[in-house]
Write a protein that binds this ligand. Structure first.
Ligand code: NDP
Length: 501
């Protein structure tokens, strides 16, 4: 059983109940009069609220973004000049780190040790993206292969007005990996955070304004999924970038396909950790929570299926159970907490449903697994699901096939490496993965056989400089790296005679 921490820190957050949105460089009262609550999932307390933007708000934000794109200075600055702004944004975000972290934790229950890193991580993304400015400013001139007296100048233009939509699990990171490259490219944008997490992103917007990014370049509207749909389909939008669930991603892809609108989709996953025969289980145990259960299991790329060789199966199960069982679940504002609550009531019900199905299908809960009423909750009214490790899981069980998005791991067994690779690839998703093994070359060879967008050897982490994206049902396109920047560009080839002499 997982230990609990009952304490709770006091806080003074600047934004709780707000009635404004950020349009054309200012926080202005929203036109929409309906309000959406912000609830602390650790306690059930409704501690904030935001406006539900309406069509008038949408029109104002798109108009401001379009005006800034067509007439404003931002797209006409050099990339090096825009990069200077990005570097200032990074400093301004870091200056707001503590309040941002506390707000984020109260929105979605992510442990404070996780949200404390959000500002530094966002600043790192802005700084890395700024370093790509020379790639945009460098002239790109290509001679005609068959007519050397002619050449083409290839301009990398900003794609236009972007709609950026983020989910609730990492509300800062998953917006910033869109915002930073869109800004460097010279785009303007309307951003929509998820309904459970509409307040923490205001620190980023405030930082962008404080860094001198011109009015209209970044506009923030809050609203539901229905409002997100209206944003995606608005005729004034040139590009959509979305992170969230696969079903919503499919709907957005359909709309963008109809509209011939470029789209980047970062969707769900069901990734595997392959533990090879020679794996060092100390390394496995040290990386388990970060690689397989990060953010109380509410992370898209984590490896929630552990594939263990038959010869070491019980050993792997015991190490996983001991590691998870020793981790503290409780108040996410407490430094000691490793596992917080589920972010939303619907996520809580979904995850409990998976635990029930796992038990009903014959999986063995070696730690956790209790779903009955009366389960001691770390905080009254909180959406806490007991971290659970299931053994004796077979590939046909629902817990082995579907994305759970909660603190639940399944351990499956394999006979040889071919079977391990086949099990890992037996999914409609293709986002993350990890291989544990002491022979790094052998582990790398297995990693190369995994049908996935990213895979780690003995650890998993995303690298701002390397592309991150999913295959199959995990998405379309990539974020991070030069590839992530390219998603916000459109190309123009200007053909001309080469200057002589
Ligand atoms: P959704 O895909 O429903 O939401 C993600 C974002 O899209 C939110 O901002 C949401 O707004 C918005 N949205 C919802 N419907 C539309 C629409 N039709 N058009 C445009 N935008 C829309 O994910 P959930 O937050 O409901 O999570 C459900 C599941 O998705 C999880 O259980 C998990 O499996 C997966 N997920 C995956 C993530 C990942 O990182 N890959 C992240 C989060 C969830 P609003 O919040 O207002 O509804």
């Amino acid at each position: 059983m997982t230990a609990t921490v009952p304490s709770r820190a006091g806080l003074a957050l600047p934004w709780t109940h707000v009635d404004d949105v950020f349009v054309d460089g200012r926080f202005v009262p929203a036109h929409g009069t309906r309000r959406n609550p912000v609830t602390d999932p650790a306690t059930g307390e409704e501690w904030g609220s935001v406006p539900e933007s309406d069509d008038v708000d949408l029109e104002s934000a798109i108009t401001a973004a379009r005006r800034a794109f067509t007439f404003g200075p931002w797209p006409r600055l050099t990339a090096a000049e825009r990069a200077q702004h990005l570097l200032r944004v990074a400093d301004e975000i870091e200056a707001r780190a503590e309040l941002l972290a506390a707000t984020n934790t109260r929105e979605n229950g992510s442990p404070i040790t996780e949200t404390r890193g959000a500002a530094a991580n966002a600043a790192g993304i802005f700084r890395y993206t700024a370093s790509l400015a020379p790639y945009l400013d460098e002239p790109d001139v290509r001679p005609f292969p068959y007519a050397p007296e002619r050449e083409s100048v290839v301009d990398r233009d900003p794609v236009g007005v972007c709609a950026l939509i983020a989910p609730w699990n990492f509300p800062i990171n998953l917006m910033v990996i869109k915002l930073a490259p869109a800004l460097l490219a010279g785009c303007t944008m309307v951003i929509k955070p998820a309904s459970p997490t509409p307040l923490s992103i205001r620190f980023v917007v405030e930082a962008i304004a404080a860094a001198g990014v011109p009015a209209g370049v970044v506009n923030l509207l809050t609203g539901s999924g229905r409002f997100g749909d209206a944003l995606v389909r608005h005729p004034g939008v040139d590009k959509v970038a979305f992170t969230g669930s696969t079903p919503v991603g499919r709907t957005i892809a359909g709309a963008c396909g109809e509209l011939l609108r470029p789209v980047t989709l970062e969707l769900g996953g069901k990734s595997s950790a392959i533990v090879l025969e020679d794996a060092d289980l100390d390394v496995f145990a040290a990386g388990l929570i970060r690689s397989c259960l990060r953010n109380t299991g509410q992370t898209c790329y984590i490896s929630t299926r552990i594939l263990a060789p038959v010869s070491r199966y019980e050993e792997v199960v015991e190490r996983a159970a001991a590691t998870v069982g020793a981790a503290v679940q409780g108040d996410p504002l407490d430094e000691r907490t490793v596992f917080g609550p589920m972010a939303t009531a619907s996520q809580y019900e979904t995850v409990l449903g998976f635990v029930r199905d796992g038990l009903a299908e014959g999986a063995r809960a070696v730690t956790g697994g209790r779903t009955a009423a009366g389960l001691p909750a770390p905080l009254d009214g909180g959406l806490f699901v007991e971290p659970t490790i299931f053994a004796d899981v077979t590939p046909d069980m629902r817990i082995a096939r579907e994305e759970i998005f909660g603190p639940v791991l399944s351990v499956l067994s394999y006979r040889d490496v071919d079977e391990a690779v086949a099990l890992a690839n037996n999914t409609t998703f293709g986002l993350g993965g990890i291989v544990f093994g002491q022979d790094e070359d052998a582990a790398l060879a297995v990693a190369r056989r995994m049908d996935t967008g990213s895979v780690g050897v003995n650890f998993f982490a995303s690298n701002h400089a390397a592309p991150f994206g999913g295959r199959h049902d995990s998405g379309l396109g990539t974020e991070y790296g030069i590839e992530g920047l390219n998603a916000y560009l459109t190309y123009k080839s200007i053909h001309r005679r080469r200057a002589t002499g």
